[in-house]
Ligand binder design. Sequence first.
Ligand code: SF4
Length: 399
Amino acid sequence: MSIAELAASDSAAPARGVAWSPLDRGEALLALRAEGDELVELLARASALRDAGKGRTITYSRKAFFPVTNLCRDRCSYCTFRRDEEQDGAWTMSLDEIARWSERARGLGCCEALMCLGDKPEAAFAGYRRWLAAGGWRSTIDYVAASCRVALRAGLLPHSNPGLMTPEDLSLLRPLNASLGLMIESTSPRLRTRGEVHYYAPDKDPELRLAVVRDAGEQRIPFTTGLLIGIGETLEERIDTIEAIADLHARFGHVQEVIVQNFRAKPEIPMATAAEPDAHDLERTIAVTRLMLGPDMNVQAPPNLSADGLDGLLESGINDLGGISPLTPDYVNPEAPWPHLGALARRCERAGFRLAERLPIYPEFVERKDFVAPEMRAPIEAWRLEIARREAAASEVRA
Ligand code: SF4
């Protein structure tokens, strides 16, 4: 088989037409409380649905994480990433830094440039506003666009996750990114009230975040979103969040993956002593996400936040492990190193799965040409062939 044929027959592509009906709210709530045999049965159902849609392939994206700026106007109670502009560790990457990191990432075989940053720092910091103006940047998003151009020139595929975006921001970033992302985290407006995690985080208003996901759908942008669990939400609110994602995906068909991320406590945050979701809580939530969103959805959980729990993640119905970097740490969870890829592949294999690399745009969206900006077609196609080549070489070694 030629490389082009191998790329075209992507083994991670979903099997179409698997019959299923989503869990309703009552069933989902019971499932989120499942214990013992009921939990075993729940995970088996979610696994079977994943197998029907995605087979036994678990994907990941080889990436470099660019913390474009860690200045942020919000103060989420679980965040160690953000800084004020006068604070130790405050950092906005220069375009020279972006270029140097991009070259190193390319040299290490990375495909994805994850642009991740604080939300709307220009709304809070006068020095940063002056810095933007001096560089001729209209906004942080304008600077992210420039960063994407630099990463693209070095041969990477950007995936930006820059916080809230207006429709104009989305239009600016679409031709410079393989896909875009914004975690919904939770649709609970209660979490914005006094004493809750998003009280000091105006950009975490659920209506504003849902509007971004909707606008991305209207612009045919492959979109990554997800939920963050263990931040004070109730189980009912967790279901609300999954339902909201399902509704938007039903309208626009653009949600390419849903991340189920678990809160991790850290000594320096206001939630330092808050309880983390335990492994079963995470597994139940992944399983319910799979059973509510169906066999074709890509459901992801970050492996570095469940270092000893990979088997549990696999048994709960995920088919993706997200971005893993050989170059940069997870700046959002710097205490949690990414697993070594070779070791991860062996652990997947022991559990009956094949680990495979993917692009920051999923194959089913590459096939839908209206979801790929004309400017991104050539770089995406080049990477599709490059990954197929790697896959072919790895198969030869295995054989
Ligand atoms: S989680 Fe994001 S939005 Fe919240 S404070 Fe941290 S960087 Fe800002």
